[in-house]
Design a protein around this ligand. Structure first.
Ligand code: KG4
Ligand code: ZN
Length: 391
């Protein structure tokens, strides 16, 4: 068959997802089962995640096939996330995909989760954007903060060069940790974003130090050392600001107020609500005094400004012809605003994922597999999940 149809399967963290995508662009279905259970623990619990994936994988795949209205005989391949992610979680999706590929005699394609996030943007951006090369890609989520230079290869697949990454926490992780420190519900990123609009971003002067280039020893050849030094100019760090917020909280004796507020948000049921719902946000705001709102606004301004500066320093350095931003934090309103404004000023094309595709989903995995299918890049039967898989 030459249907262009690929079934994608994603299970790297706390979302079980399956999708059918045609030609790397058109999602006929994209079913996502989110594991709400982790909210009670304030973070993803790996053992619980594996168990929930096991429960969800069969119905999620069935639903994706049904919604797309296709049969297994219509498919050209099955794509699955090979890593990075939680070992047990990855194993569920990969084992299921392998068995399904074996049973249906379809080829299997392994996809890097980060490449998936990049394709979440490419799959619905203008064709002209997806044809431009090189592109600078910022993947910014709860698990990752990476900068890649993406270049088209002669086989029409993409080649990725990592040109920057966080040396400690991911940006989303910093958001979630600071949110937790301030007694906000989990996941804290969307709460921080919504509350930041009600504070003064200039109230607390946080600063980010430029990452210093470390000498990498004298054994590396000079050329390699220089290449490495250039790359490291775009590394990032988020642990400093997290510590600065903690110190601010202690210095201003905010602990008791924070704990009281966290309890109140739980008891009122607001903690289970979504900050994107205006009624929920209005009710929640009644629990926040200006000092905390200013702290949140200052954090957000500082983090999004830092990301924006670093990204455009890299587009300039590498002569990128377009910029794409993906991952959960790409949903952040201030980050979008700042990056869009700066890109417009520089007349640089920029693309973000749709809201539905910005968090983990399988459509992006099937989309990333499409160029690999055309280039005949299939996975060996021995493919194993790789928790630390690099792109
Ligand atoms: O891509 P994703 O769904 O999962 C990972 O692969 O990590 O990203 C989730 C992360 C969480 O840290 C969440 O707090 C953050 O994205 N996030 C946000 C916003 N929406 C989600 N962070 C800041 N502002 C937002 N609006
Ligand atoms: Zn992700």
């Amino acid at each position: 068959v030459h249907s262009g149809l690929i079934l994608g399967i994603e299970s790297s963290c706390d979302e079980t997802s399956a999708a059918v995508v045609r030609g790397g662009r058109e999602a006929l279905s994209n079913v996502v089962a989110s594991q709400l259970i982790h909210g009670d623990y304030g973070g993803v619990v790996p053992e619980l995640a594996s168990r929930e994936h096991l429960r969800a994988i069969v119905p999620v795949v069935q639903q994706a096939m049904q919604q797309a209205g296709v049969a297994y005989s219509d498919l050209e391949a099955i794509a699955v996330t090979a890593g990075p992610g939680l070992a047990g979680a990855l194993l569920v999706g990969l084992t299921f995909a392998k068995a399904l590929a074996f049973g249906t005699e379809l080829p299997l394609i392994g996809v890097n989760h980060l490449e998936g996030h990049i394709h979440a943007v490419l799959m619905h951006s203008e064709e002209s954007f997806a044809e431009a090369s090189p592109l600078l890609a910022l993947v910014v989520s709860g698990g990752h903060t990476h900068l890649y230079l993406a270049t088209k290869t002669p086989e029409n697949t993409w080649h990725y060069r990592n040109v920057g990454k966080t040396l400690d926490d991911a940006a989303g992780e910093a958001y979630d940790k600071v949110a937790k420190l301030l007694g906000l519900p989990y996941p804290g990123g969307p709460w921080m974003d919504a509350l930041a609009k009600h504070g003064d971003p200039k109230a607390v002067p946080f600063s980010f130090a430029q990452i210093k280039t470390k000498a990498t020893g004298n054994t590396a050849p000079k050329l390699a050392r220089e290449a490495d030094d250039q790359t490291r100019r775009f590394d990032l760090s988020f642990s400093g600001i997290k510590t600065a917020v903690r110190r601010y909280v202690e210095l201003h004796a905010m602990r008791e107020r924070i704990d009281a507020r966290a309890r109140a948000l739980q008891e009122s049921g607001l903690a289970k609500g979504k900050p994107s719902d205006p009624a929920t946000l209005t009710r929640a705001l009644a629990y926040f005094e200006p000092e905390t709102l200013n702290l949140i606004a200052s954090f957000q301004a500082s983090v999004t400004g830092y990301l924006t500066r670093t990204v455009f320093a890299a587009t300039e350095h590498f002569g990128a012809r377009g910029l794409l931003v993906s991952g959960g934090v790409a949903a952040n309103s201030e980050l979008r605003q700042r990056i869009s404004a700066e890109a417009a000023r520089r007349r640089l094309p920029v693309a973000f994922p749709s809201i539905a595709l910005s968090t983990d989903n399988a459509a992006m995995i099937a989309a990333a597999a499409w160029p690999k299918l055309r280039a005949g890049q299939f996975a060996p039967e021995t493919m194993e999940p790789t928790p630390q898989l690099r792109l």
